[in-house]
Design a protein around this ligand. Structure first.
Ligand code: SAM
Ligand code: DTB
Ligand code: SF4
Length: 343
């Protein structure tokens, strides 16, 4: 079975975007080493396999969120003991961006524990933050919750490069994880981001008690978008005490490898980010994830509220694996992607 079809026509590459659940399940269930081999082959065909995009995360507004996302330490209704912090100042963000850039990050992703963006002074301040970080030659990403079309356009005008808005899981399992919004709300925001011509970053979390079919269905929804997201973060659940998912067992590394390899195969050109959960993975486990086609990480000692591997350890890991951090794409022409082709 051809697992993807690629047509080369000058600058135009066509990638299969009509996967079925059964086809993606077949990919996911391929014998492990064969799966990694296939994913690595596709990765090498479409990307520079020695380059890894390094993003730095900054929590610009922490905790006190109105939503009930079962995994999240920042939801106000769970007692997780995190330090709540109001919106940072533009100067604080500018200093943090300088530090991240010095460390080699090409992208700064600013996260706010908001259900949605409201048209108020806080949003005006975020727009200023975007302008300042953009002026430093970094790709600026935000994850601020739901957005209207107008808000997405304002962020784009301020110089936003990418917007992160995760689908997290399949539509069916979403209802078990979050009740204060629905899947369509998520899809609507992603559409608004697209309309504003901002790069889309959308992925999910594994290890929340979902089935393999749920994982596959999420990948189907992402790969069927026209075009698919430019980046897809794959998070392993970080079980946080006080959240409803605190007792979930840690995700086996083999599940993470399978999920990353499957993401790489169904979305060959997408940046696949090995996201939350790296502190619970060995170096060998992470090496397998890179072999399976991961080509991005969050670097920096903290994610939003939970720990991440030490920055210097990550740079040592890159050295050991022969990987180099990718330069910022800003200003570079993005390849054109034409959709719809049958395998
Ligand atoms: N409030 C915004 C939203 O929900 O879109 C932005 C911030 S929210 C913390 C960003 C993403 O972090 C979530 O969509 C989820 O995928 C991920 N996340 C949150 N808590 C996590 C955890 N404990 N383990 C893994 N990923 C997590
Ligand atoms: C994403 O997919 N993972 C990042 C980023 N997008 C915003 C967040 C992970 C958060 C992990 C839990 C925490 O540190 O609070
Ligand atoms: Fe709020 Fe986002 Fe956490 Fe959900 S994931 S509780 S929306 S910060």
């Amino acid at each position: 079975m051809p697992i993807f079809v690629k047509l080369q026509n000058k600058n135009m590459t066509t990638i299969k975007n009509n996967w079925t659940v059964e086809e993606i399940l077949d990919v996911y269930n391929t014998p492990l080493l064969e799966l990694v081999y296939k994913a690595q082959s596709i990765h090498r065909e479409f990307n520079n396999a020695n380059e890894v995009q390094v993003s730095s995360l900054l929590s610009i507004k922490t905790g006190g969120c109105a939503e009930d996302c079962s995994y999240c330490p920042q939801a106000a209704r769970y007692n997780t003991g995190i330090e709540v912090h109001k919106l940072m100042t533009v100067n604080e963000v500018s200093d943090a961006a300088d530090k991240a850039k010095e460390g080699g990050a090409s992208r700064l992703c600013m996260g706010a524990a908001w259900r949605e963006v409201r048209d108020n002074r806080d949003f005006d301040r975020v727009l200023e933050m975007v302008k300042v970080v953009n002026s430093k030659g970094m790709e600026v990403c935000c994850t601020l919750g739901m957005l209207t079309e107008t808000q997405a356009q304002k962020l784009a005008d301020a110089g936003l490069y990418a917007y992160n808005h995760n689908l997290d899981t399949s539509e069916e399992s979403y209802k078990k994880i979050i009740t204060t919004r629905n899947y369509d709300d998520r899809l609507d925001t992603i559409k608004n981001v697209r309309k504003a011509k901002v790069s889309v970053c959308s992925g999910g979390i594994i290890g929340m008690g979902e089935s393999i079919e749920d994982r596959v269905k999420m990948l189907l929804t992402l790969s069927s978008m026209t075009p698919p997201p430019e980046s897809v973060p794959i998070n392993a659940l970080v079980p946080v005490a006080g959240t409803p998912l605190e007792d979930q067992p840690l995700v086996p590394i083999w599940d993470m490898v399978r999920m990353i390899a499957t993401t790489r195969i169904v979305m060959p050109k997408t940046v696949v980010r090995l996201s939350a959960g790296r502190t619970q993975m060995s170096l060998e486990g992470q090496a397998l994830c890179f072999l399976a086609g991961a080509n991005s990480i969050f670097a920096g000692d903290k994610l939003l509220t939970t720990p991440n591997p030490d920055f210097n350890e990550d740079m040592e890991m890159f050295k050991l694996f022969g990987l180099t951090p990718r330069k910022a794409f800003k200003g570079a022409k993005q390849p054109q992607v034409k959709e719809s082709v049958t395998a």
